[in-house]
Design a protein around this ligand. Structure first.
Ligand code: H79
Length: 589
């Protein structure tokens, strides 16, 4: 390798972190500089907490209706759901004329709602570019009567209003290009390779988006597919053009990006020590869909934001402009109401961290460290009838307690159960009322991690597992059988499952699992601190037949936090159902 090439590879590893091979990945993780880069890149994002997602495209013209008929599911998928031929779908572009669109007004709505960033569909799976693409005339400037570069207008408006700006880009699926993934219905396509598509369209478009639209805060890839290594690498290296751009985890398999993406749902378990974001439509569909009245209530939206913040994540809330370029009143009203709540209570969201105080009966808690003190924001959803609010398990001295709205001081008492705060009779806010506690020192509450007990045992149950699974759909998920949770429907051999736990006892542990296997056998690995334990499990006689199995021994070198991961062996995987993994201490090292 020539020195110049080596330099490029090295700088790629340092700037982009963990998307290369495993060995390089680990090298990058060890690299303090790389971590510092990630931290400096992520600072604004961690502070921001709340962003606007926008799905807008030519599907918005007909609001998901094809030949006057409703199609099921999200409107931006209508081309696939309706098996609409390319030539027919192109006609929507000819009708796209959102004359009521005003970028400044639009961005202003995000700003007033308290959102700090905006991510918009530059190109969705349908392949239509919402910007003046230079490599394909299938774009808003060349193919619509509107003829304006919408991405440019929104990018500029964001810059002006101090909103961080990001692109959504469907890099693998493209139902219009003959080399894009996903279009199986239009038989008139004369296929070319996917590499060809990436080279001819995705790479030039992404390059353009990263060079002609000012500073880009986020590049939001979607739906990774099996593209070639070469294509993957060429797309991956592009984000280097803007070293501060943050990426999500959906460029391709094994590419963690800067943060994890959860779609539509708030996860029950979140990864420890990683950044993550929940994206969710404000109604049922991502793209504007006629008749979609499935708007979440303002209370629900505010509580979602709080719940996500209390677990350490960001909330990317999607809105759906119509073919006219405006939002429905139902969306506008909700954004306004969220904004009104944020004006008063934003301090309890922005820049907060995951709170170790979990499983509260009355609501959620977020946390901030400040000047050697801890601020706890207690978000009360269910106002106590007796006026007594218990923060269970909190053992610190409280310096000050007050309502965030208006600053009314509150009395609080420490008891053996925790801290009890005396509240006024009536909740100040119908959605969530915030009590601020100023606590001396750092918190005396440990986060709720499973821990190896005095007998040397820890049981990691399915409901406590964090499931690595980007896309929902036909992947591993939490299910129930006989009222016992298991990870099942594990069709995706790239999906893995992990638990972070704690131990004070280094040593050799026996690994046991409660599983069921349908097919003759299945192979997977148990990985903890670098040394995988390969497991071959024979059929247990069906998915309904669970057995407890001894899977072998594994070594833990030091006390502290560890992550155990169960990962399919790609070559010999057959879906298993997994109820739990158990570790039993056998002997010291
Ligand atoms: O852009 C939004 C979705 O269109 C996109 N990601 C978010 C942010 C997305 N693409 N694929 N998926 C999400 C997951 C796949 C869902 C599917 Fe289906 C289930 C594809 C086919 C069945 C839902 C139902 C979508 C179309 C029909």
């Amino acid at each position: 390798m020539r020195t110049q090439e080596l330099a490029v590879v090295l700088s790629t590893i340092i700037l982009l972190g963990p998307c290369v091979s495993n060995a390089q990945d680990e090298a990058a993780t060890k690299d303090v500089q790389a971590r510092a880069d990630n931290d400096s890149r992520m600072t604004w994002w961690r502070e921001a907490k709340f962003g606007m997602f926008v799905h807008w495209g030519v599907y918005s013209v007909v609001g998901g209706k094809y030949k006057g008929q409703d199609l099921p599911n999200s409107a931006e998928w209508m081309m696939a759901r309706g098996k609409i031929p390319i030539t027919e779908y192109e006609k929507y572009a000819a009708q796209f004329n959102p004359t009521k669109f005003d970028a400044n007004e639009f961005v202003g709505r995000a700003k007033r709602a308290g959102m700090k960033y905006l991510v918009i569909t530059a190109k969705h799976h349908d392949g239509f570019a919402m910007f003046g693409s230079k490599c394909s005339d299938y774009n808003v400037v060349d193919k619509t009567p509107f003829g304006r570069d919408i991405m440019k207008e929104i990018a500029d408006a964001c810059q002006k209003q101090d909103i961080k700006f990001g692109f959504y880009y469907s890099q693998a699926q493209d139902w219009h290009h003959p080399g894009g993934f996903g279009n199986s219905w239009d038989k008139t396509i004369k296929r070319v390779s996917n590499d060809q598509y990436v080279m001819d369209k995705a790479v030039p478009e992404v390059t353009q988006l990263l060079t002609e639209y000012g500073p880009i805060g986020i590049f939001w890839w979607d739906t990774p597919r099996k593209m070639s290594r070469k294509s993957f690498d060429s797309l991956h290296s592009l984000t280097r053009m803007q070293p501060h751009v943050i990426t999500n985890d959906r460029l391709g398999e094994g590419c963690a990006g800067d943060y994890k993406t959860f779609e539509r749902h708030i996860p029950r378990q979140v990864p420890v020590g990683k950044d993550w974001e929940v994206c969710m439509p404000i109604s049922g569909s991502w793209g504007y869909k006629i008749g979609d009245n499935d708007f979440k209530s303002t209370t629900k939206l505010i509580r979602n934001l709080i719940e996500i913040a209390s677990m350490g994540g960001n909330y990317l809330l999607n809105v759906s402009p119509t073919g006219e370029g405006t939002l429905l009143p139902a969306a506008v009203e909700r954004l306004e109401s969220i904004g009104a709540w944020m004006d008063i209570n934003g301090e309890s969201i922005y820049g907060t961290q995951r709170s170790p105080i979990e499983n509260l009966q009355w609501g959620r808690c977020t946390r901030k460290q400040h000047d050697g003190k801890t601020l706890l924001y207690l978000h009360v959803f269910h106002w106590p009838q007796d006026g007594q609010l218990l923060v269970p398990g909190l053992q610190n001295n409280i310096e000050h307690a007050s309502l965030l709205d208006g600053g009314v001081p509150l009395q609080c008492n420490r008891t053996s159960d925790g801290v009890t705060i005396t509240l006024p009779a009536k909740a100040p806010d119908p959605h969530a009322s915030v009590v601020v506690l100023k606590v001396k020192g750092t918190l005396d509450v440990a986060p709720n991690l499973p821990t190896v007990d005095a007998r040397g045992k820890v049981v990691l149950t399915a409901d406590k597992a964090y499931i690595n699974n980007n896309e929902g759909g036909a992947n591993a998920g939490l299910r129930m059988h006989n009222n016992i949770p298991h990870i099942g429907y594990w069709l995706d051999r790239n999906a893995s499952v992990e638990w972070t736990f704690r131990t004070r006892q280094p040593g050799e542990y026996e690994v046991r699992a409660v599983i069921s296997v349908q097919k003759p056998k299945s192979r997977f690995s148990i990985k903890l601190a670098g040394q995988p334990l390969m497991v071959e499990a024979d059929s247990t006689g069906g998915y309904g037949n669970y057995v407890e199995k001894n899977l072998g021994m594994i070594r833990i070198d030091q006390a502290g936090e560890h992550t155990l991961r169960v990962k399919p062996d790609a070559a010999e995987w057959n879906p298993i159902n997994l109820r739990q993994v158990e570790l039993r201490f056998k002997k010291p090292n």
